[in-house]
Design a protein around this ligand. Structure first.
Ligand code: AKG
Ligand code: FE2
Length: 865
């Protein structure tokens, strides 16, 4: 083992230990929050000698402060945590805060020490949630994340129920200091766990901050991520563009009454729970003269059915929709709340502090706990449903992952507001008009919720998790409604549609897709340490490459449903959505320049096919089997900007490393627009290419595995990879006129291509049956297609499928393909394990650079070279 690593590095940085220590930390946080509630009255009166008539006021103030601190500190902590390289440091600081805060509370001999202790505890709690979840997200691979989050959340639930349940009991049975011994033991465990744990891969990953699921201490049901900020600065125009989109997004969302109803639901549930927490202890002491043990038992009565029944209520919602159960839940709570208010009230002498009153109270509390799951979490589900609806209407504005992040940060704010307002309102009502009228007010609120839920909530069953809906395979004809009818009509009128028949007859099967859908593959296990997992991924890639030659890869955030209502969004190892947005807005900026500016970068001035190619500058040359004669070649209705490999985009090279030997004249010499013309353009594009290049090298290893080779097989041939990337702009064309292709039918030349196609559809893939399969942009995905060299390597087992672009949407279309090939000087030769007597090698070995150069020189109109 490495001597420089600390003692026990391996197990101390293992997933099990990271998950366990975060679990312990979250448990401690929720346990300590709840622990105080039933014994607070005792502390205030017996230890701080507060006049009992003021007990409720201080309880309310303490809970409200907690809600407020949670609301404001989560985003601050998230911001700070993002700046610290190690997440262990903030976790330890939080622990120190929690420790000091808890000691201050336990020892408090004055009110201000008590409040200060509580504030420290709340801040530390917020930090623990934010940092804890970020650590989980960054250090647990996605496959195990659901399980790990699930485990963490069940401990949170245990803390939530355990805290108030044991504190009152211990206080009454064993006295004040023995009662506090338990939280101290929990804290010691927490200290040990946090100290022992070593953050794995420190420094290699940046943090994604997820903020505290507000209300978790009370409700423990929603893990809500903060809308994560970009990890690297954006270019000014991206920021502006994003700002516009964000405003538009919120405008659209807030003008939908379903959204407002969902948010009202979130605020009311959270207020109700924190309001009951706030008033229950004092009320029970006044009404029944109960001490802390029985008060604790009441918390148990409320929470346990709530937890047990949350699964079945989610199931019910999935079956019959959210509106019915929610309206029923709110209505059923009305009599239960009223019943809860009756015992001990002077208007109802028959239900005083005697057995009748106590049993009415206990059973209505139990019933309330059982009904609560019907209304808990409804807001989040309804919001997810709205987003899904909106996506179908405006895919660009409602890119799935980003809008989910926003949805969940809206929910978070809702919960935090409830945590703050709940105690405030119930506290003042309780003190002003008494417990019964407070429950009347709560019952009226429930009635209002029932009415608005009836009026505006969706009647349909809960939506699938967004991820699941994208996982659905895309089938011809089933186009998600994103293609206008005129587009489909135009496709069938297109001149090349007529020639498709002859094209497919002439074309080799290796260039035609075998099936009618393009699969979606999750790259989650691309760098899994587990070989079997990589092998499994390789197998599905093999199927896609041999049957279709095209597949979608999921590269960004995805959702994990941990418990019915806990949806946590995490970024995976892929290309962050911000970077994709950034490159698209760079493309828009570039093509938006005046023609003469763009022509200063004219591709014809470059000996290496790098630079700007104006509208119509590229010709449809057809395919090898069905070439288009030069005089018949139609120029494409698109403009493009091409760049090639530079060492700056290669993380395996130093910035100043010289370019590789270049016998085919294809490396470097890019024509970049100056900083004065397009500030930051070059940096953004280079950064994008660097990420793509990293992803491509990893994919190349999976391809090797898929082909039965050692994963490193292509490594030595991809040190100076033959990389080209281009930005494309396809202007809309009048549908009435004859359709002109944005890019004619072709195959790509290198090994494979990763395409980011923005949000406007246009790409089509040719199938055996002569159909053009639509390959629409799916949010959160990129498209990978096999190109000629890899197809030849596999003796055409992998398909280099013919595709084209036709933009009939009426919108501007932008795309950014990234073509990845082996070193130009490497020899492409059919793999021996793919040659047999029946299937001799399809081609003699050749140099990759020679092939690419020849193809490029055919494609560009008037190119001198
Ligand atoms: O723009 C697209 O969607 C595809 C572009 C393409 O196929 C290419 O540039 O080779
Ligand atoms: Fe292509």
């Amino acid at each position: 083992m490495d001597d420089t690593k600390p003692w026990g590095y391996r197990w101390r940085s293992s997933r099990l230990l990271v998950v366990s220590s975060i679990t312990v930390a979250l448990f401690a946080e929720t346990f300590l929050y709840g622990f105080l509630t039933p014994i607070l009255s005792y502390m205030l009166e017996e230890r701080l000698h507060i006049d009992p008539s003021r007990t409720q006021t201080y309880t309310t103030a303490l809970l409200t402060v907690h809600g407020f601190i949670g609301l404001v500190s989560a985003p601050i902590v998230a911001h700070l945590a993002e700046k610290t390289p190690s997440q262990k440091t903030p976790l330890l600081i939080a622990l120190a805060g929690c420790f000091v805060g808890t000691l201050m509370i336990a020892l408090a001999s004055s009110l201000w020490v008590l409040f200060l202790g509580r504030i420290l505890q709340s801040m530390a709690g917020a930090a623990t949630w934010v940092v804890g979840f970020a650590l989980l997200a960054n250090n647990v691979d996605k496959k195990h994340l659901g399980q790990s989050m699930g485990m963490a959340m069940s401990f949170v639930t245990a803390g939530m129920v355990g805290g108030p349940t044991v504190s009152g009991a211990l206080l009454q049975l064993f006295g004040y200091w023995t009662a506090w011994a338990l939280p101290l033991v929990v804290l010691v465990l927490d200290i040990i766990a946090r100290l022992v744990m070593i953050e794995p891969g420190l420094g290699s990953k940046k943090i994604d901050t997820l903020s505290k699921p507000a209300g978790a201490s009370v409700l423990g049901n929603d893990g809500i991520p903060e809308e994560s900020t970009a990890l690297l600065p954006d270019t000014p125009s991206t920021v502006e563009h994003k700002q516009d989109l964000k405003q538009e997004y919120y405008r659209v969302m807030f003008s939908d009454p379903r959204v407002l109803t969902a948010l009202a639901n979130v605020v009311v549930v959270s207020s109700l729970m924190s309001g009951i927490n706030n008033t229950l202890p004092v009320h029970l002491r006044q009404a029944f003269g109960w001490k802390s043990l029985l008060i604790s038992m009441m918390f148990f009565c409320l929470q346990v059915p709530n937890i047990v029944l949350s699964g079945p209520s989610g199931w019910l919602r999935d079956r019959i929709g959210i509106r019915g159960p929610t309206v029923f839940g709110w209505l059923a709570m009305i009599p239960l709340l009223l019943l809860l208010g009756i015992p001990g009230d002077s208007h109802f002498p028959w239900a005083g502090g005697d057995a009748a009153g106590k049993s009415i109270f206990t059973s209505s509390l139990l019933a309330l706990g059982s009904i609560l799951p019907l209304v808990r979490g409804v807001g989040a589900v309804q919001l997810a449903y709205v987003v899904k609806d909106m996506e179908a209407k405006d895919a660009h504005l409602f890119e799935a992952n980003r809008s989910n992040l926003r949805v969940f940060s809206m929910t978070e704010v809702g919960y935090s507001l409830g945590m703050m307002f709940g105690p405030m309102l119930t506290g003042s009502l309780f003190e002003g008009v008494g417990f019964f009228y407070m429950t009347v007010a709560l019952a009226i609120t429930c009635l209002i919720q029932a009415v608005i839920s009836w009026r505006w909530l969706d009647t349909l069953p809960s939506p699938e998790a967004p991820e699941a809906s994208y996982n659905r395979r895309f089938v011809v004809g089933e186009d998600n409604g994103i293609y206008p009818a005129r587009y489909k009509a135009a496709v069938s009128r297109s001149p090349s549609a007529a020639s498709v028949k002859t094209m497919t007859e002439k074309t080799e099967s290796s260039q035609l897709a075998d099936c009618s859908h393009i699969p979606i593959i999750d790259l989650l296990t691309l760098d899994s340490p587990n070989f079997d997992e990589r092998q499994k991924l390789a197998r599905s890639i093999y199927d896609a490459c041999t049957q279709v030659g095209f597949f979608y890869i999921k590269v960004d955030s995805s959702n994990h449903t941990i418990e019915p209502e806990i949806l946590i969004l995490l970024q995976n190892h892929g290309i962050p959505e911000d970077k994709i947005d950034g490159i698209h807005s760079s493309a828009k900026r570039l093509f938006g320049l005046p023609e003469e500016q763009k022509m200063k970068l004219y591709i014809g001035n470059s000996p290496k096919f790098r630079g700007y190619s104006p509208l119509g500058g590229e010709k449809s040359t057809g395919t090898d089997d069905d070439p288009v004669a030069e005089e018949d070649a139609v120029s494409a209705l698109s403009e493009a900007f091409d760049i090639g490999y530079e060492t700056a985009m290669d993380s395996q090279k130093l910035k100043d490393d010289p370019l590789p030997r270049d016998p085919y004249g294809l490396y470097g010499d890019n024509q970049w627009p100056g900083q004065d013309i397009l500030p930051n353009f070059t940096e953004t594009y280079i950064e994008y290419c660097a990420m793509m290049l990293g992803l491509c090298r990893k994919l190349m290893r999976i391809f090797a595995l898929a082909l039965g080779l050692p994963e490193e097989h292509f490594d030595s041939m991809t040190r100076d990879p033959g990389v080209t990337s281009r930005m494309m702009h396809y202007p809309p064309q009048p549908v009435k006129e004859e359709v002109r292709e944005g890019l004619g039918a072709h195959t790509d030349f290198e090994c494979f291509t990763i395409l980011s196609q923005g949000s406007v559809p246009g790409l089509q893939v040719l199938s055996h049956s002569g159909e053009w399969i639509l390959a629409p942009p799916l949010p959160g995905t990129l498209v990978v297609n096999i190109a000629d060299c890899l197809s030849i390597w596999t003796n055409k087992k992998f398909k280099s499928t013919i595709h084209r672009v036709t933009n009939l949407t009426g919108q501007e279309r932008y795309s950014v393909p990234f073509f990845f090939g082996v070193d130009y000087d490497a020899t492409v030769s059919v793999l021996p394990n793919h040659i047999s007597d029946e299937r001799p090698a399809c081609k003699e070995p050749f140099k990759a650079g020679e092939w690419v150069r020849e193809k490029l020189s055919k494609a560009y109109v008037g190119y001198e070279g």
